[in-house]
Every structure is written in C-alpha cells, then in structure tokens.
Design a binder for this molecule. Structure first.
Ligand SMILES: Nc1ncnc2c1ncn2[C@@H]1O[C@H](COP(=O)(O)OP(=O)(O)OP(=O)(O)O)[C@@H](O)[C@H]1O
Ligand SMILES: [Mg+2]
Length: 293
C-alpha cells in the first residue's frame, strides 16, 4: 500500500457527517445546486484613509460541493486575502461571502486550513497541535474525552504516514520548516472538514515530498470529495490536483482565466509530463505572464 493510500485509509473509520454550522447535508436531505462557496462581487480594502489599498476588486467565484479549485496568480495579487475572506477571517468591504448558502459573519468552523506560514501553536507538541481540531469541531469535541485514545491513535497514524511519528512529542520550534508544514497539513485534514483551504501548503517542501503530498491529497479527495481551494505558485501542482484552475490578475485581484482540467483521475505523476497536461500548464502560464506584464 502506498503512503498516500495509507494516509487516506487512516480516515476510513470516521465519516460522521455534521461538523458545525456549515456541515455536509445529512444523508437523505435534499441536495441543492447551490455552490458550497459563493463569493459575490467581493471587494477588500486594506488600510484606512489615504493609506487605503484595494486588494480584491469585485470578485465573483463559486466552488461546487466536492469541487477542487486551484487559484494561481502573480505574487501580491490577493490570493491569501481571498482565502481569509472565504474562511471568514476577514470580512469583505463590498459584496458577500456565502458558505453553503449562509452568509459569513466570522470565522467559519467547518473549514480545514493550512496556510503559507505554518500556524502551529508553539506551546503545544506536534501531536497536540494535530489534535487541536478535535477539541474545537463537532462532533469530535463531545467525543474526545471518552474516546481520547482512539483520536490519539488516529493522529499518530497520520503523523507516521507523513514521516513525523518520531516528532509527535516535539514542539514546533524543534521541527524543520518542511516538517512544520507537514504537521500543518495534517492538522487541516484530521477532522475531515467538508471544505479544505490550502494556501501554498507544500511550498517549503522538497520536490519529492511535495509530489508525495499531491498523491496523498488526491487520494483523500477521491475518498471524501470535500470541496477545496488551493493557492499555489506551482502550476503542475494546480493542474494535478484541481478540477478547475482560476487565474487572478495582478492586484487588485480579478479573475482573468478559468480553466477546467478535464483529465481523468486518479492522475499520476507520470501524466504530468504528458502532452494533454503540459498543454494546460502552458495555457495557464501564458495567462500569468500576460497578467504580470
Ligand atoms: N494585513 C494587511 N495589511 C495591509 N496590506 C496587506 C495585508 N495583507 C496583505 N496586504 C497587501 O494586500 C496585497 C495582497 O496580499 P496577499 O497576501 O493576498 O497576496 P498573495 O497573492 O497571497 O501574494 P503571495 O503570492 O506573495 O503570497 C499585497 O499588496 C499585500 O501587501
Ligand atoms: Mg499569499
């Protein structure tokens, strides 16, 4: 069994549906066509008075339930800002953000996040960082005390798969940057969120580990079909993982290309060197070069 399959398998016993205000619909509940994530005419301004800077300008973006969208664009164009808007960490100055039809007014609970800079809590060990969502997200937080060993096992299994088992009891400052990022991704995924937000989560990793994590993410997505938004500068990564790649202009971010990736899954690393794949990467690259000019 490959590393990625083991990773995906480690989630098999826990698919308990509801996890907060924006949880997956219960089985039997009517399915609607409403997008899982819906940004309508969203603008975001940083700063005040004459220091104001428009980071996002009237952006419309929808992500369907179970869809994997990658967002690419020049540095500083507003990608991380977009992620903070979707997760409710920032409120838009114009327009509105809806998650599963509900307008966001604050941090969205049912989201797994792994951002550019690892946000591990320095006073917690790696293991206890990875277990953090169990303390916060329903239904786990009610079950945690009674089923602590089961949850701990699950977190350790995940750490083992990404090569961090020996570091479970170390603190973040005792880990390398790449190890911190891996733990960060583990924490984003451990509670099987219906929406996964990844902001350059593999950026600090070497090429081989990064590709292993692509496979791992793909396997997991194929099993769980969560909705996902991935920000990356790596176009191979974007095309490998996504159903659709969205290209943003330079600041203020606007969508200048949406490219559907209709390549069959599971995608292989070999396929990233094949013609159909490279053709899509080239098209996106050309659009970004245009945007940077
Ligand atoms: N908290 C903040 N206060 C003021 N300006 C900010 C803040 N965060 C980001 N910005 C500015 O908003 C713009 C967009 O930033 P953002 O971090 O969203 O870009 P990005 O597309 O994620 O870039 P990168 O690819 O380099 O990560 C940048 O010009 C940045 O300087
Ligand atoms: Mg960023």
């Amino acid at each position: 069994m490959s590393m990625s399959e083991r990773f995906a398998d480690s989630f098999a016993f826990e698919n308990q549906g509801s996890s907060g205000a924006t949880a997956r619909p219960e089985p039997g509940q009517p399915q609607t066509n409403q997008p899982y994530v819906d940004l309508r005419n969203v603008s975001l301004v940083y700063g005040a008075d004459d220091e104001q800077m428009l980071a996002i300008d009237r952006l419309d973006l929808q992500v369907r339930k179970g869809e994997f969208v990658a967002v690419v664009g020049p540095s500083g164009c507003g990608k991380s800002t977009l992620m903070k808007l979707v997760t409710g960490l920032l409120q838009p100055d114009g327009g509105a953000v809806f998650i599963q039809g509900e307008k966001t007014t604050g941090p969205v609970r049912s989201v797994g996040m792994a951002f550019q800079n690892s946000t591990l809590l320095p006073w917690r060990t790696t293991l206890s960082n990875v277990m953090l969502p169990f303390e916060l997200v329903r239904p786990h937080r009610q079950r945690l005390r009674k089923h602590y060993d089961e949850y701990r096992e699950r977190a350790i299994r995940l750490l083992e798969i990404v090569g961090l088992k020996e570091f479970a009891n170390k603190y973040p400052w005792e880990l390398s940057g790449g190890m911190q990022q891996r733990a960060n991704v583990c924490r984003a995924l451990i509670h099987e969120p219906p929406l996964l937000m990844l902001d350059e989560p593999f950026g600090a990793l070497d090429a081989f580990t990064r590709e292993e994590l692509w496979l791992m993410t793909q396997d997991l997505w194929l099993k769980q079909r969560f909705s996902a938004i991935l920000v990356t500068h790596d176009l191979r990564e974007a095309v490998f993982l996504a159903d659709r790649v969205v290209v943003l202009s330079k600041r203020p971010g606007r969508i200048i290309l949406e490219r559907t990736v209709d390549l069959p899954r599971p995608r292989t690393l070999q396929s990233t060197y094949e013609h159909g794949f490279s053709e899509i990467v080239t098209e996106i690259r050309e659009k970004i070069l245009e945007a940077r000019a």
